[in-house]
Design a protein around this ligand. Structure first.
Ligand code: URA
Ligand code: SF4
Length: 243
């Protein structure tokens, strides 16, 4: 780590926070519940309705999008949510950060990344001189909390995808940062591992996209923090080269 990076980290208290929290969080990704599998089988998608909804979403402005998401019942996650979590931040942001889906705190408050992973994300943003209010928009692949914080399944991600696509079209970010495997694989429509996706500039409909670890994973896995820092520096220099 060079001197400047160390100094920035020190000033922002990033090193102690990352170190302190690591190893204290347990992995809690239980297998998908059988009930939602069964529900998906009971109500298979209707292709005509699906494509009409996609077209409608494609035309929406922010107010229409907010309303549509808040009332959405397109996938089984609506049954267990407290509320939808559309996103937060600057609607004309240069930077777009995409996570996986709301957790318990996000489901309770309606804002993405406000729980423990969110605290770390804020530190990560601060390290590259960003904050969630300015030039940054933060959202997730799915807008409703998957029960027990499991990963969203393929059907849920697919049903929710038009909202994210529309958000991106409205925001027109200059750079997208995918946080973790679920975000990266859904945005890039691939099955590749995080380690093979990191360190490259990918393309999302003409917008450069960079992949890094999910902050919840970083809270559990000490050795990957240095790599996440490298990814952020890479994202920062990529942004500098395109603006
Ligand atoms: N993890 C996510 O992926 N998104 C959130 O909003 C919170 C935790
Ligand atoms: Fe609708 Fe997305 Fe919520 Fe599913 S996760 S109900 S598609 S808003």
């Amino acid at each position: 780590m060079n001197k400047r990076r160390r100094q920035i980290l020190k000033e922002l208290n990033l090193l102690p926070v990352w170190q302190q929290k690591s190893g204290t969080r347990k992995q809690n990704k239980p297998l998908e519940s059988q009930s939602s599998e069964v529900r998906n089988l009971i109500s298979p998608p209707d292709p005509a309705k699906d494509s009409q909804q996609r077209q409608e979403i494609h035309q929406m402005n922010w107010d229409q999008l907010r309303l549509a998401v808040s009332q959405c019942t397109a996938c089984p996650l609506h049954q267990t949510r407290t509320q939808t979590v559309l996103g937060v931040g600057d609607e004309n942001a240069d930077w777009l950060f995409v996570g996986e889906g709301p957790g318990a705190t996000e489901d309770a408050t309606g804002e993405p990344f406000v729980g423990p992973a969110g605290k770390l994300l804020d530190q990560m943003l601060a390290a590259i001189k960003l904050n969630r209010g300015q030039q940054v928009y933060i959202t997730n692949i799915v807008k409703c909390r998957p029960p027990n914080n499991r990963n969203p399944n393929a059907n849920e991600a697919r049903q929710c995808e038009p909202y994210l696509t529309r958000q991106i079209a409205l925001i027109k970010p200059k750079l997208i940062v995918a946080l973790g495997k679920v975000a990266a694989q859904n945005l890039l429509q691939c099955e590749d591992s995080i380690s093979s996706l990191r360190g490259k500039i990918h393309d999302y409909s003409g917008i450069p996209l960079i992949v890094t670890y999910h902050p919840a994973y970083l809270l559990r896995t000490l050795p990957e923090k240095a790599k996440a820092w490298k990814d952020l520096c890479f994202a920062q220099s990529t942004m500098q080269s395109i603006t």
